[in-house]
Ligand binder design. Structure first.
Ligand code: DC
Length: 225
């Protein structure tokens, strides 16, 4: 039987969202990128001038915001639309200033608590591909198929840098590399739900693989699942 809940975890820019979106489209499943929720909280904090180091205020903010993730409402290259209290923040949450501090925000236990039940409720509906850092380990340990995508730090930084350049951002490779190194460290050493593969996850190293190759491999796995 085809897996109904598919979890894809791994570090930043390992190819999770590209794979997840394509897989969901192929299977006729919902695509749900949980990272956008942490990004949305971070962006609103920046916009309102709340220091990201202020854990109490950031946690209160996380509980107060209404975040909605939907299928694309505009055909402008987005994989999903993200609304906070009705405002479209889909592109703002991809800004480099969000990249720089989102790991700090997502390490706060209260922030994770605010999002966990929402993520679980959406995921448990099934026929869904859920992408994140802790989906197979914490959010949906009952997922039918767990994939952990990995790649070297340098390769992931190169991919993210190219993405930012394509969107017209003026940023150096070195800066992207440093931001990514920091995020890796914070994401994998935080106390609550640190980034690591679930025991029953299938690990795929995509450093020297193209997206088509990764995609074919996962389709094979689904055939076997
Ligand atoms: O996948 P991304 O780069 O959009 O994720 C943004 C941040 O959110 C990342 O630094 C880690 C965090 N995150 C998380 O802690 N748990 C998730 N399930 C998804 C993302």
């Amino acid at each position: 039987m085809r897996p109904s809940i598919i979890a894809i975890d791994g570090p930043a820019a390992a190819g999770k969202s590209t794979l997840g979106e394509r897989l969901a489209r192929e299977l006729g499943y919902t695509y749900f990128d949980t990272g956008v929720m942490y990004r949305a909280i971070t962006w609103i904090a920046i916009k309102r001038g709340i220091p990201v180091e202020d854990e109490e205020s950031i946690t209160a903010l996380a509980f107060s915001l209404h975040i909605e993730v939907t299928t694309p409402t505009v055909q402008d290259g987005r994989q999903c639309s993200v609304f906070v209290d009705g405002e479209d923040v889909t592109w703002d949450i991809r800004r480099p200033e969000v990249d720089r501090v989102v790991s700090i925000v997502s390490a706060y236990p209260g922030v994770r608590k605010a999002l966990l039940n929402q993520q679980r409720r959406i995921g448990l509906k099934g026929r869904i591909v859920v992408v994140g850092r802790d989906i197979g380990t914490v959010v949906l340990p009952e997922a039918d198929l767990k994939i952990y995508l990995d790649a070297s730090l340098e390769e992931r930084a190169r991919r993210r840098w190219k993405e930012l350049l394509a969107r017209g951002k003026d940023i150096s490779y070195q800066e992207v590399l440093e931001t990514m190194r920091d995020r890796d460290r914070i994401d994998s050493t935080r106390y609550v739900a640190p980034l690591h593969p679930a025991e029953d996850a299938i690990i795929i190293d995509t450093t020297s693989m193209g997206i088509d190759e990764v995609y074919r491999k996962v389709l094979e796995l689904i055939g076997d699942a």
